[in-house]
Design a protein around this ligand. Structure first.
Ligand SMILES: [Zn+2]
Ligand SMILES: [Zn+2]
Length: 90
């Protein structure tokens, strides 16, 4: 499976202001339907789980590689783990 280069993820992470970029109304984020959860760069990864139960985040393909999505910053969405899981379930 395609992966974003670390450099791309770093740029996207900075552009996202270190926050979850999810805008899906159906996630029930509340204000402006934005998640805005503050994320920690060091907590990237699908299996990450802190002892206090805090979850990590990961880079999500806006257009999936199977559909021709590229590993560019434009196609990279920073999502907290909750939103990442919800989106990938679809
Ligand atoms: Zn989120
Ligand atoms: Zn969400």
């Amino acid at each position: 499976m395609a992966e974003f280069p670390e450099e791309v993820v770093k740029k996207a992470f900075g552009a996202a202001d270190f926050r979850c970029e999810c805008l899906l109304v159906e996630h029930g984020h509340g204000y402006n339907s934005m998640c805005m959860r503050v994320l920690d760069w060091n907590k990237r990864g699908q299996s990450f789980k802190a002892p206090d139960g805090e979850k990590g985040w990961d880079a999500h393909f806006i257009v999936s590689p199977e559909n021709g999505g590229k590993t560019t910053q434009e196609n990279c969405e920073i999502l907290c783990w909750d939103c990442y899981c919800k989106k990938n379930k679809k």
